[in-house]
Design a protein around this ligand. Structure first.
Ligand code: RP5
Length: 159
C-alpha cells in the first residue's frame, strides 16, 4: 500500500497531539508516514520534504506545530499538496499562538486549519479528501460515521 499521507510535526513533544491522526488513519486503512520536521531547527529537512512530496506520491500532508507554528504554512509554500494544519496546545498561551500562526496564511497559500489539539480530525480530514477518489475508503468512512452516530445516546446518564 503506497504512502499517501505525511504526518509531520515540529518536535517529538508534538507526538501525543498528532498520534490520534495516525490512529484514525490506521483504523480506516490509510497508509501514512510520520516525520519530525521543524521549520526552525531542521529547515533543510522541511525544504527537502516539501520538494520531494509530489514525486513520492503523497496526496495530503498533516502538519502539527506549537508556539511560533510555522511548519504547516512553510510546507504549504513549498508544495501544492494540501496541508492540514494542527495547532498544538502550548503551556504559556494554551495554543492560541499556534492557532493564529497556522491560520493567518497569506492569499495564495492556504492551510486547512484544525482546532487546537485537533489531531484526530486532521486524520479524518485527510481520509475524507482521499475518499473523493477512493470508493473503498469512502465506504469505510461512511461506516465509521454511522457507527459514531449510533454511539450517541439520546439522553444523558450519571454513569
Ligand atoms: C515547535 O515548538 C514544536 O512544534 C513544538 O510544539 C514546540 C516546542 O518544541 P520542544 O521545545 O518541545 O521541542 O517548534
Amino acid at each position: 500500500m503506497s504512502v499517501k499521507v505525511g504526518i509531520i510535526m515540529g518536535s517529538q513533544s508534538d507526538w501525543p497531539t498528532m498520534k490520534p491522526a495516525a490512529e484514525i488513519l490506521d483504523e480506516l486503512g490509510v497508509a501514512y508516514e510520520t516525520r519530525i520536521v521543524s521549520a526552525h531547527r531542521t529547515p533543510d529537512r522541511l525544504w527537502d520534504y516539501g520538494k520531494t512530496a509530489v514525486d513520492r506520491g503523497l496526496q495530503v500532508i498533516i502538519a502539527g506545530a506549537g508556539g511560533a507554528a510555522h511548519l504547516p504554512g512553510m510546507m504549504a509554500s513549498k508544495t501544492r499538496i494540501p496541508v492540514v494544519g494542527v495547532p498544538v496546545e502550548t503551556r504559556a498561551l494554551k495554543g492560541v499562538d499556534s492557532l493564529y500562526s497556522i491560520l493567518q496564511m497569506p492569499r495564495g497559500y492556504p492551510v486547512a486549519t484544525m482546532a487546537i489539539g485537533g489531531g484526530m480530525n486532521a486524520g479524518l480530514m485527510a481520509a475524507q479528501m482521499l475518499a473523493t477518489t477512493d470508493a473503498t475508503l469512502a465506504k469505510r468512512l461512511d461506516a465509521w460515521r454511522e457507527a459514531l452516530t449510533a454511539s450517541i445516546p439520546e439522553e444523558p446518564s450519571d454513569d
